[in-house]
Design a protein around this ligand. Structure first.
Ligand SMILES: Nc1ncnc2c1ncn2[C@@H]1O[C@H](COP(=O)(O)OP(=O)(O)OP(=O)(O)O)[C@@H](O)[C@H]1O
Length: 285
């Protein structure tokens, strides 16, 4: 297996001086090609910041991100992101098919190929019949399926998903989780998905990275040894699933997370103090 994503010593600090806030602190991990890796962490720990830095939407304060070996300095062409808020990510004045096709306008594909790609992506998420409808004519779950189709249409090397199912009801969430796993297995897409839901991270992932409280650090990197074919009832009842979700819950709510957060906070404070004293020294010079 080759490495698709490499995150090395990644830190991100918002602001400077006394109001500075270190959201992510020296994170390093890789995601292999074709893997579905989940990141789970407490609310406010820095998950979205991490995804934004990986996507090239914000420059990290320190560290690097590489996608198939290329350093990320702006949003890569072969990267797609699905956000939690589908209602703000779809254009209400464009049909479903046009929404899915929209980002392909910037590709070198001709019109017919763009249309075919959009139709194929909509078929993969079971929405072929809705292609001429408008987003506001669809349920929340269907709108999020359109967002997923739009991301898949560009055949991204890496699909980043930030709490993609957090805004839909529980039944739709289960359906969308199964849809994502099916499409990911069929198309071999590499996915990095952020969630605060422990069960979702275990059900979806080939791997679960557990983050500490803010500033985010990796507390554990767990392999999910569940069969590739998963089922919302039997998988969630299985001994392996129950044991793994217990392990993630203990990690998230136990002393390891607090200890990692305390350590990260100390290191971040030390780093801020040393950069301030460097600034004073250079000012004196
Ligand atoms: N633009 C910003 N400016 C300053 N601070 C920010 C900014 N964005 C996020 N933060 C702070 O950084 C920390 C991490 O935020 P982030 O949104 O990355 O966490 P999260 O784990 O995704 O949160 P949640 O689970 O609630 O969505 C929080 O304390 C947040 O207040």
């Amino acid at each position: 297996m080759s490495t698709m994503l490499e995150v090395s010593g990644l830190s991100h600090r918002y602001g400077s001086g006394e109001s500075a806030h270190v959201a992510v602190n020296e994170l390093s991990f890789t995601v292999e090609t074709g893997q579905l890796a989940c990141i789970v962490g407490p609310s406010g720990c820095g998950k979205s910041t991490l995804l934004r830095a990986i996507a090239g939407l914000i420059p990290p304060t320190a560290g690097t991100v590489s996608l198939h070996g290329d350093r990320v300095t702006s949003v890569p062409d072969d990267l797609a992101v699905v956000f939690q808020d589908y209602s703000r990510s779809l254009f209400p004045w464009l049909s479903v098919a046009k929404n899915v096709e929209f980002p392909l306008r910037w590709s070198k594909l001709d019109k017919a190929t763009r249309r075919a790609r959009a139709a194929e992506a909509l078929a993969a998420v079971g929405l072929s019949a809705a292609e001429s409808k408008y987003p506001w004519q669809l349920s929340g779950g269907m709108q999020q399926r359109v967002s997923i189709a739009r991301a898949l249409a560009s055949r991204p090397a890496l699909l980043l998903m930030d709490e993609p199912f957090a805004s839909v009801d529980a039944q739709t969430r289960f359906e969308l989780e199964d849809l994502l796993r099916r499409v990911q297995v069929e198309q071999g897409t590499t996915v990095l998905l952020v969630t605060h839901d422990i069960d979702e991270s275990v059900y979806l992932g080939d791997r679960v990275l557990v983050l500490s409280k803010s500033p985010a650090r990796i507390v554990a990197d767990l392999k999910v040894d569940l069969p590739a074919q998963r089922d919302q009832i039997t998988t969630r009842e299985s001994a392996e699933f129950v044991s793994l979700r217990g392990e993630v819950a203990r990690l998230l709510h136990g002393p390891a997370v607090q200890a990692a957060a305390d350590l990260a906070e100390h290191e971040a404070a030390d780093a801020a103090a040393s950069s301030e004293s460097d600034a004073v020294v250079s000012e004196k010079k």
